[in-house]
Write a protein that binds this ligand. Structure first.
Ligand code: FES
Length: 109
């Protein structure tokens, strides 16, 4: 889409706390639903590329995070920043919205 938003997945297909892989603008990402909240960050860990959708979610309280299943790097689901290494670099973060029941994501600049 011209404004950068990409259709990702129907909202009704997103289960709470079950990451769902999506692709937007040539970037692999995943979306997580936590009740009314939706998060989307890049799929690949910036340490050694493990698939983050297989990691451990922490959705209660703050910060909301995902821990990489390979070596334990922890990323903030709200903005992709590294909360704990060994990763040194953030993963891409995406804006998320719902339009007509479809979750859309857009790379955050
Ligand atoms: S690949 Fe994710 S912490 Fe190493």
């Amino acid at each position: 889409m011209a404004d950068g938003w990409e259709r990702a997945v129907p909202l009704e297909e997103l289960e709470d706390a079950r990451p769902r892989r999506v692709e937007a603008g040539g970037t692999d990402a995943f979306v997580v639903r936590n009740g009314e909240a939706l998060y989307a960050i890049g799929l690949r860990c910036t340490h050694q590329g493990a698939a983050l959708d297989r990691g451990v979610l922490h959705l209660a309280g703050s910060p909301v995070t995902l821990t990489c299943p390979a070596h334990g790097s922890m990323f903030d689901l709200t903005d992709g920043r590294v909360r704990r290494g060994p990763a040194m670099h953030p993963v891409p973060a995406f804006d998320v919205r719902v339009v007509d029941g479809i979750v859309e994501i857009r790379p955050r600049t």
